[in-house]
Design a protein around this ligand. Sequence first.
Ligand code: GLP
Length: 234
Amino acid sequence: MKIIIVKDSVEGGQKAFEFIQSGMEKGAKVLGLATGSTPVTLYQEMVKSDLDFSDMTSVNLDEYVGLSGDDTQSYRYFMNEQLFNKKPFKETFVPNGLADAEVECPHYDEIIATHPVDIQILGIGGNAHIGFNEPGTPFDSTTHKVALTEATIEANKRFFDKAEDVPRFAYSMGIQSIMGAKEIILMAYGENKAEAIKATVEGEITEEVPSSILQKHDNVVLIIDEAAAKLLKK
Ligand code: GLP
């Protein structure tokens, strides 16, 4: 894994943007995109750049079950607000939170199969989840319905009025699908990500630590600040 230490999330967003820019210069056409607070500075860089995304496709990692794309808490809404409304893409895919799992999961797998991801952007949960793949998710998983852990509900309640409003389920791209990306850029900022980053980089590869599988991918870049890097061996 290549590790780039940055001073803050603004510099992290700039670095991640440079990877996207050079990837697009080399022909990347499909971006795997993520939600959460971590990629926001990257999306700001993309918006203010003069890069043209109108020939690009995006495939997002996940969506809450039960929320429509118009719901202000949905990941579709987040992506539209942060990026797509400002920088038009050719096509954008986010799982449909209102569809039945039996329909949506195979449908989303088909989308991933027909739009293989060139560059996958990832954040990471404090418990090392990627997408919404919580600890214990099989490494060979494809798109599936996930029961969110209490830790994730707790972490994500800041975006909702009250914890009870946080959906209990999500659709998430699986770990196998994430590993299918040609290049992966994982960003993490802040001390509350330090344990997860240590486990990602130096820990045992185990399904109990979803991000640990990234050690097996041959093109991963970690963009992290000092606080997130603080438990790594020097
Ligand atoms: C959510 C998302 C993840 C994201 C994580 C961390 O659970 N499903 O994709 O990486 O939150 O969020 P944040 O970047 O806000 O810390």
